[in-house]
Design a protein. Sequence first.
Length: 188
Amino acid sequence: MALCIQTPCSLQWRLDELDKIIDSMENEIEAAITQQQIQTGHDYTNIILRTAGKSIVSMREIIHLSAFGYPDGALSLTRNIYEHVIILAFFENHKSDNDFGNYVDDYYVDYDIQRNKALQYESKNCTQDAEALTALKNELDQLKQTAHHRVAGDYWWSGSSIYINHYDIFPRIFFPVLHLAPPFFLLL
């Protein structure tokens, strides 16, 4: 599928070429899923696939925003891709750990916890269903009990209360350079 957007920005940044790369990636992922008959599940392969899917959508949004001259919107989306890189690098770094399965399990527990919190918000503020809210609070307590890691923070499933320790993931030089590089550099 061609980008079919001819703006000064799309020509300058060769966004049609980037779009073709994204199409190629998407096609290769689809072919691998079909060939290997990968099923939806709570495993590392599905974490990779979910992350790849989110990154592809973000890249398509970045391409369109860039093509029409909205670099600020495009740059804000690069943060999502950057975060995906960090998360996958964390998993890759811990892939040979004996407790690797615990990280994967807790990643999915976190997803269920976030879902539960959204449903609690709905029960409390939208439907005002006290019975459903109580059931959801009990479910949340049970979810927390299934977790292997019990620390606070958004990335608690990594076993850390702070954002994933980057220095455990990347060599000491690569990550700081990547971190300081202008986000638009990622679009080249």
